[in-house]
Design a protein around this ligand. Structure first.
Ligand code: MLT
Length: 309
C-alpha cells in the first residue's frame, strides 16, 4: 500500500508534489489542535509539521497505535515535538537544520543594523511626516565586537557576514573545539568574555533546560553598558522581564527579538520600550528557505518510508 502522509502545517507545494511523485498519498490539514491531531494521526505513516503544530506525547502514542513511523519537521527547531517520547515509542523524528539558516543569519545582521542606526524610528517618523534627523545619529558595526553564543549553521553564517562588515567576531560554543571555532572565522571566547566584551550579543542556540533564560538578570548585568542583544533563535533563551528592566534602565542600548517566550507575545511590556524592536518569528521566512526545507523534508520522508511501507 502507498505510504500516507499528513501535512499538518502550511508548507510550500514542492513538499506534497514530491511526496505524490513518489507515489505517497498526501493529506493537507492545518490548524488541528493536539486533540484533533491525536484522533486521526494513527491513519498515517508520516507526519510533516512546521512550527505551528505541537506534536505531544499523546499525539505520538495515538500515532503509534496506528501506523505512524516518522515525523518530519520542515525547519530546525524541534521544541514543538516531544522528541523523547518519539524515541521511546520508536517513531523517527527528522528535521532540516541548515536549510533555512541563511535566512535567519540575514535577519540577524539586518536587526543589528536596524538597532545601530535606529532605523525603526527613521522608517516610522518619515512616514508620519517628520524629518527627524537629529535623534537619528547611530553607531556603525564596523570595528565593533559581535559575540555569538552558539556556532551552528546559523551562527557560522552570521560570523561570515559580520566579518564581511568588518566586525570582530567572538564565539562561544560548548560543543566545538577552539580550533573549530577559529576555522569558522571566529575568535573562541568563554561566555564570561563574550558577556563582558561584546558590543552585540547574538544567540544561536536551541531551547533546552540548559539554555533556558541564558540571558537572565544576572547575566544581563554582566553585559557591556550600551550593548545590543539580538535573539533570532528561540524564545525562552532571554528572560524577558530582566531584558525589559535592562532596556528601561539604559543598561542595554537596545534589543531585537524575533522570538518570544509566548508567541505571539500579546501585550508584552517590551513592545512599549523605545529601544526595543521585534519581528514575528520570521527568521526563516524567506522564499528560498521555505522551498529548501519543504523539499528536504519530503526527501527525508520518501527515503525513510519508501523502504518501510
Ligand atoms: C526553525 O526552527 O527552523 C525556525 O525557527 C523557523 C521555524 O520555526 O519554522
Amino acid at each position: 500500500m502507498a505510504p500516507s502522509v499528513l501535512l499538518s502545517d502550511k508548507i510550500e507545494s514542492v513538499c506534497p508534489d514530491l511526496l505524490k511523485k513518489a507515489g505517497f498519498s498526501v493529506t493537507e490539514k492545518s490548524g488541528l489542535s493536539p486533540e484533533a491531531l491525536a484522533q486521526e494521526i494513527g491513519l498515517y505513516d508520516g507526519l510533516v509539521v512546521r512550527s505551528a503544530t505541537t506534536v505531544t506525547r499523546e499525539v505520538l502514542a495515538a500515532g503509534k497505535k496506528g501506523s505512524l513511523k516518522i515525523v518530519g519537521r520542515a525547519g530546525a527547531g524541534l521544541d514543538n515535538i516531544d522528541v523523547a517520547a518519539a524515541q521511546e515509542l520508536g517513531i523517527k523524528v527528522v528535521n532540516t537544520p541548515g536549510l533555512n539558516a541563511n535566512a535567519v543569519a540575514e535577519l540577524t545582521v539586518a536587526l543589528a543594523i536596524v538597532l545601530s542606526r535606529k532605523l525603526w524610528v527613521a522608517f516610522s517618523s518619515i512616514k508620519e511626516g517628520r524629518w527627524e534627523k537629529k535623534g537619528l545619529v547611530g553607531t556603525e558595526l564596523s570595528g565593533k565586537v559581535i559575540g555569538l553564543v552558539g556556532l551552528g549553521y546559523v551562527g557560522r553564517l552570521v560570523a561570515k557576514k559580520a566579518k564581511g562588515l568588518d566586525m570582530s567576531v567572538w564565539a562561544y560554543d560548548p560543543f566545538l573545539k577552539p580550533e573549530d571555532i577559529a576555522k569558522a572565522g571566529a575568535e573562541p571566547k568563554s561566555l564570561a568574555e563574550i558577556w563582558a566584551g561584546s558590543d552585540y550579543i547574538s544567540l544561536h542556540l536551541p531551547k533546552t533546560p540548559d539554555t533556558l533564560n541564558l540571558l537572565s538578570a544576572e547575566t544581563i548585568a554582566k553585559l557591556k553598558k550600551g550593548a545590543f542583544v539580538i535573539n533570532c533563535a528561540r524564545g525562552g533563551l532571554v528572560d524577558e522581564k530582566a531584558l525589559h528592566e535592562a532596556l528601561a534602565s539604559g543598561h542595554l542600548g537596545g534589543a531585537a527579538l524575533d522570538v518570544f517566550d509566548q508567541e505571539p507575545p500579546g501585550a508584552s511590556p517590551l513592545l512599549a520600550l523605545p529601544n526595543f524592536v521585534a519581528t514575528p518569528h520570521v527568521g526563516a521566512s524567506s522564499l528560498e528557505a521555505q522551498l529548501n526545507v519543504a523539499e528536504e523534508v519530503a526527501r527525508l520522508l520518501v527515503d525513510f518510508l519508501g523502504s518501510k511501507v
